[in-house]
Design a protein around this ligand. Structure first.
Ligand SMILES: Cc1cc2nc3c(=O)[nH]c(=O)nc-3n(C[C@H](O)[C@H](O)[C@H](O)COP(=O)(O)O)c2cc1C
Ligand code: SF4
Length: 409
């Protein structure tokens, strides 16, 4: 497949605007500015692009909802927090092709009627922040940002925000709270950010990878894009492959390749024997079947979620209880504490899993953890609490004997 998202990665000085322009950069913006905003949105809807940040919400629809709101001003915020463990794809674009992101963000701003865009980057991404800052300056100098862009009458500028290292601030409402200078705590919805986001104004929040599909859609059309990869959720996908594989890395492949193809053809196989994989980072359920197609619907049908596409491979030598315990340590630390079910649930689960890891589990606690997972899914305010038990619950379902061997006799 021809590369769309990483086509410039590896080119010398790919971050430089001259190199980007030399490869046809900012032509998609020119084209979009010659269209009506509603036609830009129609093209994105035709492409069937869905968000790559985790929730897989249709991007065209999100833009339409934001545009439709009467309140002004409107904003577009790019989510570059990239906090899900095992996810390291957005940084590849931020570091190598920042103008691809800027071009997409400007098009998004034009489509929804925003004059201001934000990029919220995780604070640890020092080099990425510096690279994007330079790109913003270059785009301003060349007239792609600022007043009356390319003589179109459309004005737009971009501001960067640096995150302070909280995983939960990648959740869109917590991200907006953080941008406003408040504690990064998710809000219960509705209202959704499209209606009431940054400073209470309509805001479209889009992931880096999601946005970077937009220039190719503008140039080639939504119809063309909808034929790439899986018909259910088309397009290219940046898969982050890590864990027990011989060649970990970020692979741009058509949506819907199988887990087996990804691991064997691209990751050069498992180090040791395959036991299971997390397809969407530590928020997802374990898969033990290598023939699952890695697109949103197929992974959901297999009982998990593709999320941000963070595929973590686990080999036979690994204790599944340790995997569950490690993920729960992460969630217990990162829970913002707003909902008691998440704040207390993750801590109690961590205690139980630590007991199992030390050979002191209680048999009845296995079903108790499954029940806790259901209660957290039903009642937690945000995706962190709703998904925190996924890895643990799937570990119990798939590898119950391993847990039973650790029950205190
Ligand atoms: C706990 C938590 C962390 C999240 N972290 C990120 C993140 O780092 N980057 C991201 O793009 N989306 C993240 N999301 C998803 C966002 O809330 C939101 O759905 C996404 O940014 C929307 O963009 P998209 O439609 O382009 O995917 C997270 C969600 C949750 C619940
Ligand atoms: S589910 Fe957890 S992280 Fe999300 S708002 Fe509630 S306490 Fe905070």
């Amino acid at each position: 497949m021809e590369k769309i998202l990483t086509k410039n990665v590896g080119k010398p000085n790919s971050q430089d605007i001259e190199v980007y322009l030399g490869g046809g950069g900012y032509k998609a913006l020119e084209k979009a500015l010659g269209m009506k905003p509603k036609d830009v949105i129609a093209e994105v809807k035709k492409s069937k692009l869905v968000g790559r940040g985790g929730a897989a919400f249709p991007t065209g629809l999100k833009w339409e909802f934001t545009r439709r709101e009467s309140a002004e001003p409107k904003f577009i915020a790019c989510n570059a927090d990239e906090g899900e463990p095992g996810t390291f794809k957005d940084r590849v674009i931020l570091l190598n092709d920042p103008h691809l992101l800027l071009e997409a963000l400007i098009i998004g701003g034009y489509a929804i009627g925003a004059s201001k865009g934000f990029i919220y980057i995780r604070g640890e991404y020092y080099r990425e922040i510096e690279t994007v800052e330079k790109a913003v300056e270059q785009a301003r100098t060349k007239g792609y940002l600022g007043d009356n862009i390319l003589g179109s009458g459309f004005s737009f500028d971009v501001q960067l925000y640096k995150g302070a290292g909280a995983y939960v601030c990648g959740e869109e409402t917590a991200l907006l709270e953080s941008m406003e200078g408040n504690r990064g705590c998710p809000d219960c919805r509705p209202p959704f950010p499209a209606e009431s986001g940054f400073l209470g104004k309509p805001t479209a929040v889009n992931n880096v990878e999601t946005l970077c599909n937009i220039p190719a859609i503008m140039i080639n059309g939504g119809e063309w894009y909808s034929r790439i990869g899986s018909p259910d959720s088309p397009g290219p996908k940046l898969y982050c492959l890590s864990g027990h594989v011989n060649k970990p890395g970020v692979y741009e492949l058509p949506m819907g390749i199988t887990l087996r193809e990804l691991i064997e053809n691209h990751g050069e196989g498992v180090k040791g024997e395959f036991k299971a994989a997390l397809p969407g980072g530590v928020s997802s359920c374990l898969l033990a079947n290598l023939d699952v197609k890695l697109d949103y619907k197929s992974v959901a049908r297999a009982g998990s979620m593709l999320g941000s596409g963070a595929v973590i491979v686990i080999n036979e030598d690994t204790s599944i209880i340790d995997v569950a315990k490690n993920t729960m340590e992460f969630f217990a630390r990162e829970s913002c504490g707003k909902c008691s079910v998440c704040r207390e649930g993750t801590r109690r689960a961590r205690e139980i899993l630590t007991r199992f890891a030390n050979g002191g589990g209680k048999a009845k606690e296995l079903d108790l953890m499954l029940e806790l997972g259901e209660v957290m899914y039903d009642t937690a305010c945000c995706g962190l609490g709703q998904a925190a038990m996924n890895t643990t619950a799937s570990a119990i379902r798939l590898f119950r004997e391993e847990f039973e061997q650790k029950v205190r006799k």
